[in-house]
Design a protein around this ligand. Sequence first.
Ligand code: AMP
Length: 393
Amino acid sequence: MGYRTLDQISLAGRRVFMRADFNVPLDKQDGRTITSDTRIRKALPTVETILGRGASLVLASHLGRPKGQRLESMSLRPVAERLGELLGTEVALAPDCIGPEVETLADSLEPGRALLLENLRFHAQEQANDAGFSAGLARLGDAFVNDAFGTAHRAHASTVGVPAVMPDRAAGLLMQRELEYFSMATSNPRRPYVAIIGGAKISGKIDVIRNLLSLADRVLIGGAMTYTFLKASGARVGDSLVEEDRLGLASELLEIGEGRLAFPEDHVIADSFSADANVRTVESDVPDGWMGLDIGPRTIESYRRILGDARMIVWNGPMGVFEIEAFAAGTLAIARCIESVSDKAVTIVGGGDSERAIRAAGVGAAISHISTGGGASLEFLSGAVLPGVAALA
Ligand code: AMP
């Protein structure tokens, strides 16, 4: 794919600058407790490989959206502590991510030791991909590793600017795994190949649906975007969420996708967007005063049949308003369907909501690959080249 892997660069005695994705959720009350350390754990194989091969390691990440300001509430200190616990060795936190003091700290790192830089986005130059800022970061290492798939679709200093000036560069193990799975889904799928696309809006997923229609054997639609398609095809959708300015595009996709696009055959509808709404299931049009909030049992059955024959499945986006129990059944059923075919199919799940649904259904372990990058995986599935990946060539 035009990038090197960790095995293809020499590590012993080097000082590796690694872009990681440590953008972890913090407790809203105390602002310091990490509520899920999944992203830190997912970087551990790469961190341990680099340290184990006799390199020292300078780690860089963003956290939250400080917008170029130094905000203590978005310090990476909790990450340094947690990473240290998981590695069983102290990980120092640098006072900043560039500057003479940080360079001195990096210079004094012993092989096998790691230093975590402070939040890259305390500097606006990070997202602006500023050349001087990139050069400042690049001074901290002599080889570059990118393991942050979740930000690979962004052309920032730490994802694009730094590798541009560091000839020795490679994908980390997590990045490599993500790229291998999504490459399979876009260039070498097993068949039958079924994609399931849900969520609120088609606007962010038009290119994905268009590209998947040229790759997959079936594309199953769920979530609110159903109603933009149904309205475009002339059905009555009541008060369901519709993107009026996307009706033309939806009609175009309906034409391109004839025979491959599948839509819900029945709908769980409600008279308001709330947990205590009146709820019923309809098989035809959604009446005025009602809105479609989940796929119905007939749809679950028919999607289950299609998924049952699949040898490759890609899923992004919930089938309904799964945050509310009354409208969660469709999304949870799809999660279970995917699990039940995971022994014979390659199954890939992307996007935070789908991942949460997989966990809520308790089926995560069987899935072939749960992506760490929602936005990046959608970009990849739309056929785009991710700037952070191109920069590793
Ligand atoms: P997205 O970010 O586009 O993947 O959308 C995810 C959101 O879509 C979730 O918060 C769901 O609650 C919401 N959603 C899914 N189905 C519907 C629906 N039928 N009506 C309104 N919102 C929905």
